[in-house]
Design a protein around this ligand. Sequence first.
Ligand code: DGL
Length: 264
Amino acid sequence: MNNAPLGVFDSGIGGLTVARALFERLPKESVIYFGDTARVPYGPKSPDTVRRYSAEILAYLLRRGVKAVVVACNTSTAHALGYLQEHSSVPVVGVIEPGARAAVRATKTGTIGVIGTAGTIASGAYERAIKALRPEARVHSQPCPLFVPLVEEGWFEHPAAELIAREYLEPLKRANVDVLVLGCTHYPLLKPLLARVMGSDVTLVDSAEETATAVSRELERLSLLANGGAHDHRFVVSDDESHFRKVGALFLGEQLKQVEVVPL
Ligand code: DGL
């Protein structure tokens, strides 16, 4: 079991930011990454739909013999993590609790901003996770639905992206947050722009590295760390392999070698 792969999934390409952190933190682990490119975006979809899609992906990854599953998608974590954990025969780790932990560690004033998809913000999952760790924290949340298509287009520094970011982030600046949680897989690619808009007093937190640390701890606790030998990274998408390859290289910072198409 130790040398079985880790399953990582997202609604599409964005979860590669989490995969990248996992590759760096756990270089001996094999990984199967599933991107649901046929049904992305999950952000505007109902909790029931996101739960159903996520359960289908979990079942697929279990059939592929994974030893643990990382839900790299914030929207899936928000709507489906508890459900997936109840229905999985292997451990399932999401991105929200690790992100909340990093935010609580970084804040000095206890005033924390969270941005994410419409679904993630409406679920209140970040707010609950932050308050579970620091009950007196003040959490200001803002959905930023237009950021996902901007990132997919590669418009990380485009004037249109800056205009939209200023509009979305204004209420958080007014609330004087000292930490901004990037509660969506795509937002780390907008980091330089968001840092400029928020100003140098605000710390940006993304959950990718903290999630990789949480996964490493969980594997260690369960004596499931890979113990050497051959390992590989496989990528599976439900549609549009060529777009995934092209944009995925930006998220991962390297070329994607093997990409299979498996419509669920
Ligand atoms: N992966 C999603 C998330 O982190 C963003 C893209 C989508 O809306 O599906 O919330």
